[in-house]
Design a protein around this ligand. Structure first.
Ligand code: NDP
Length: 338
């Protein structure tokens, strides 16, 4: 089997030498464990944080340790009565071709209910993140205006589509003309602005203000930096900001993303009475059944659209991950392993 380990810790953006592709023996499942041949694994922005030796909500990957990831695949051996060879499952296997996990850490998938890759994106952790963050902390109301960046990714596209269904005006922010067209044509955003086309926050704010004539009631925070700086003065009183991610800072803020200051943030929070709520979805997995009940049928009948960007081969995972952090992905980034 093959696995990718953390060879060294990056400073700023990760590079190829931070990863090591290794060949090792396929593990033998112990009592109540299941051995799985992985078909697809997920690449997600949070993995950048795991590469740092910094205190966070989750432990870092140790040097020489296998990179973390959710993955889906087929059971090849099972010491649990709950799983049989041939079953398809999701679990946190890591960047590996084969993996072994206790049965109680696996989720069974039904391949007759759509592609198994959906468990990594639209019906997996990122979809749940968008659904929970929007409903729980964004508290959307018909007639309001929502802004979200990384609008064509699995979180942003879920947020935009759910907000649109709830009767809001939805304005996306994405990198490049192609992603902006995708946001409007496929994910139903009323408008989408290309953040890369603006040299600083004030230029972006001018067009964002025009796209949000009634101000912004919900800013679903995925990125921070220049986008947040553009948004804050446009927020309406009693606006809500679910703080989901801040990808522009993950490798250290650079350029216009580094301009935002604490006084500007707090002044807007104070004078506009904003509600700002951070959340980490791993603390809310108990919401998964409700999410699946609500969103599963909408994905099955095409009312919620999704898009996947599939890289081929475990050996290409580092390059796909580095591209993801810079916006190189077009939709949910996945790696096909077989
Ligand atoms: P995406 O697939 O959308 O990929 C990340 C995207 O971020 C890139 O494609 C790029 O899109 C955008 N981006 C990168 N750098 C910048 C920048 N400097 N300014 C603006 N946009 C940038 O990722 P996900 O949908 O998986 O995740 C979206 C966010 O949600 C991330 O911040 C992630 O960390 C967070 N998250 C948080 C969770 C939680 O529990 N709180 C759980 C899951 C995700 P573009 O080219 O359009 O700019």
């Amino acid at each position: 089997m093959q696995r990718i380990t953390l060879a060294s810790r990056p400073t700023g953006a990760p590079s190829a030498e931070n990863f090591s592709l290794e060949t090792c023996a396929v593990p033998t499942p112990g009592p109540d464990e299941v051995l799985v041949k992985l078909h697809y694994m997920s690449l997600d922005p949070y993995m950048r944080g795991r590469m740092d030796d910094a205190k966070s909500y989750a432990a870092p990957v140790p040097i020489g340790g296998t990179m973390e990831a959710g993955a889906v695949g087929e059971v090849v051996a099972s010491n649990s009565p709950a799983f049989q060879p041939g079953d398809f499952v999701f679990g946190m296997f890591g960047w590996v071709s084969h993996g072994r996990l206790p049965a109680n850490q696996l989720q069974k998938l039904d391949p007759n209910h759509g592609p198994i890759t959906a468990a990594l994106g639209v019906l997996g952790m990122p979809g749940l993140t968008g659904w929970h963050g929007l409903n729980e902390y964004g508290k959307p109301k018909a007639g309001e205006t929502l802004v979200v960046a990384a609008a064509t990714g699995p979180v942003g596209s879920m947020v935009g589509q759910l907000a649109k269904r709830a009767g809001l005006r939805t304005v996306g922010i994405a990198g490049g003309a192609e992603k902006c067209a995708l946001a409007v044509d496929r994910f139903g955003f009323d408008a989408c602005l290309d953040h890369r086309a603006y040299k600083d926050a004030s230029a972006l704010r001018k067009d964002l203000g025009a796209a949000c004539p009634n101000g912004i009631d919900i800013y679903f925070e995925n990125v921070g930096g220049k986008v947040l700086e553009a948004v804050l003065p446009l927020m309406n009183s009693y606006g809500r900001i679910p703080v989901c991610g801040m990808i522009s800072y993950y490798g250290g803020a650079k350029g216009a993303d580094a301009d935002l200051t604490a006084p500007m943030i707090w002044r807007n929070v104070l004078v506009k009475f904003l509600s700002v709520q951070g959340f980490i979805i791993m603390n809310h997995f108990d919401r998964y059944p409700a999410f699946q009940k609500d969103v599963g049928p909408l994905v099955a009948n095409g009312e919620i659209q999704f898009l996947e960007d599939i890289a081929i081969g475990l050996e290409n995972a580092p390059a796909a991950f580095m591209a993801l952090l810079k916006g190189g992905n077009m939709g949910k980034q996945i790696v096909k392993l077989v």
